[in-house]
Design a protein around this ligand. Structure first.
Ligand SMILES: C[S@@+](CC[C@H](N)C(=O)[O-])C[C@H]1O[C@@H](n2cnc3c(N)ncnc32)[C@H](O)[C@@H]1O
Length: 259
């Protein structure tokens, strides 16, 4: 679980542009980390949050001179906003066409949440890492400026800060589906090569060692089903799933409530 102390000596806010210094200072205060105006070899921290090109970005020392990582809100190739959700694709099949509302309990870079949002599901996002929450807040503001989102008068998914184990237990309305994609330790060479964004996230936050407990809370809190994304080598979180949908080296285990 990330806390202010967990970032001590690890993360700083980097201000490249005098115009956003107030915003940077506010973010540094909020996260309890230092604010720098430049970084050199002696800088102790390995990770930096900075506004560049109108986006909040996360950089490690390797990415300092390159672009940095922001939450990508661009649709993937061939994706378009549609309802009911498409019949094809392992994620769409696992979530199902009878599902309307989805809570993503482990939002991270929101690539699954945003994919679901673009498929037409009503998505709520839970995230406990204050760094990811800052990046997600920035991304969802950007999303609300996008043409098709404005044309359809949509709001970005709502963002719930905190540990999903507690947040799920206090939800007023049970969603049709709770989605879980915990950070998993890599096992073998042939497993899906994690993207830079996922490697950085694991470096910064570590693995999610409480995912079993999260599953137990999710199955009690869902209206209809829980979908768990797993690397193909990992044991299922909740015993034998009702259904499994596979895609390359990842699978989606579906658990129906009451089974
Ligand atoms: C593997 S990443 C999720 C990636 C995401 N599916 C995507 O498409 O980008 C896991 C994320 O879930 C968050 N997380 C894990 N357990 C959580 C919990 N109990 N409550 C809230 N957030 C959690 C971690 O902080 C991390 O950001």
């Amino acid at each position: 679980m990330a806390s202010e102390l967990a970032y001590s000596g690890k993360l700083a806010v980097l201000n490249n542009d005098l115009l956003v210094s107030e915003q940077s200072q506010a973010l540094a205060n909020q996260l309890g980390v230092p604010l720098y105006y430049s970084v050199d070899k002696k800088t102790a921290e390995d990770f930096f949050l900075t506004w560049r090109d109108g986006e909040l970005k996360l950089l490690d020392k390797e990415l300092l001179k390159k672009g940095g990582l922001s939450v990508d809100i661009q649709p993937r190739n061939g994706e378009q906003r549609s309802w009911p959700a498409p019949k094809e694709g392992a994620l769409a099949q696992a979530i199902g066409r009878k599902t309307k509302t989805v809570v993503d309990a482990t939002t991270g870079w929101a690539q699954d949440s945003l994919h679901l949002f673009r498929m037409g599901y009503e998505v709520q996002c839970i995230e406990r890492s204050p760094i990811m929450l800052a990046l997600l807040g920035d991304a969802f503001q950007r999303l609300e400026q996008v043409d098709w989102v404005q044309r359809l008068k949509l709001s970005a998914p709502s963002l719930l800060a905190g540990n999903a184990i507690e947040v799920l237990a206090s939800l007023e309305d049970a969603p049709d589906c709770i989605y879980i994609d915990p950070m998993f330790p890599p096992k073998r060479k042939k497993s899906a090569l994690p993207k830079k964004s996922m490697l950085i996230l694991r470096d910064l936050l570590g693995d999610d060692s409480d995912s079993q407990q999260l599953f137990d809370v999710a199955i009690a809190a869902t209206g209809k089903k829980v979908v768990v994304k797993m690397p193909d080598y990992a044991e299922p979180l909740g015993g034998k799933p009702s259904e499994v949908f596979g895609s390359k080296l990842v699978r989606y285990d579906v658990y129906l409530r009451g089974n």
